[in-house]
Design a protein around this ligand. Structure first.
Ligand SMILES: [Zn+2]
Length: 265
């Protein structure tokens, strides 16, 4: 069993992290203080994730968990860059489920409280409304991210809202009724004024901030002069692999696409 402890946007990890592998007294005490918990199956096996509120996290760090060797509380995004994808997989699923549970408390149609579906039922994992029968599944919001090529160069974008100086890639949420391909083309045009072609799937990644699924592509520039939209994108650069600016930390698909691109340099 993999055991994960979250506190807001953070994950609490032992030295060997990210999961507490044994059902120690420290884990049991921390789990007891949880405001939410979920058991689930992930690629790495059976998991349980618990959420502590700020007071609970502070008490657990000073109390039961203080005995655990090398204990740290770190942002989940940082954990993504520290642990291999396989090791953090169960935590990503746990974070997504716990965040969903925080908002899946009442039926959106009739307002009655929702309850978990029984184990063994067809919709197990969903929450259902006893009053009107509707079932609610964990929400997943797909987003596309595209590395756009123009000969040996790739288009890097500095998000106007980023406080730090790093450059990422053209990205955005898929809109209702839209295909992934259409979303990628629209974002390239809206954010950078560029028409793309030869869209090629690269990989995907769950991104529980709070509930995204990032679908990553590469594409070729077809036409258009790169110009930032000035709202989301503050600056655009066509970069050679050897001249990449500061890029997102490891653990994100943006970084994966850029690392693959940098290997060409
Ligand atoms: Zn209802």
């Amino acid at each position: 069993m993999n055991r994960y402890i979250f506190a807001g946007q953070d994950i609490i990890v032992p030295a060997a992290g990210p999961s507490f592998d044994d059902a120690s007294g420290a884990w049991a005490a921390a789990a007891e203080a949880a405001t939410g918990s979920r058991e689930y199956e992930a690629g790495c096996g059976r998991c349980v994730a618990v959420m502590l509120d700020e007071g609970g996290a502070e008490a657990a760090m000073l109390g039961a968990l203080s005995e655990v060797e090398g204990l740290r509380r770190i942002p989940l995004r940082q954990a993504l860059s520290e642990y291999p994808a396989e090791a953090i997989k169960g935590a990503l699923r746990g974070a997504a489920l716990l965040r969903w549970l925080e908002t899946a408390r009442y039926c959106g149609a009739c307002g009655a409280p929702l309850a978990d579906k029984d184990a063994g039922s067809e919709d197990y994992g969903a929450r259902s409304c006893a009053a009107c029968g509707r079932a609610y599944f964990p929400r997943i919001s797909p987003a596309v991210i595209v590395l756009i090529r123009k000969g040996p160069r790739a288009l890097l974008a500095h998000n106007a809202r980023f406080k730090s100086g790093f450059f990422g890639l053209i990205a955005g949420f898929v809109e209702a009724g839209e295909t992934l391909e259409e979303a990628a083309a629209r974002e390239a045009l809206e954010e950078a004024g560029i028409v793309i072609e030869n869209l090629r799937y690269a990989k995907s990644q769950p991104w529980p901030f709070p509930d995204s699924l990032m679908v990553a592509f590469t594409a070729d520039w077809a036409s258009g002069e790169a110009r930032p939209d000035g709202v989301e994108i503050g600056e655009l650069r066509w970069c050679l692999p050897s001249e990449l600016p500061e890029i997102p930390p490891r653990g994100s698909v943006a970084r994966y696409l850029l690392d693959e691109f940098a290997k060409e340099g």
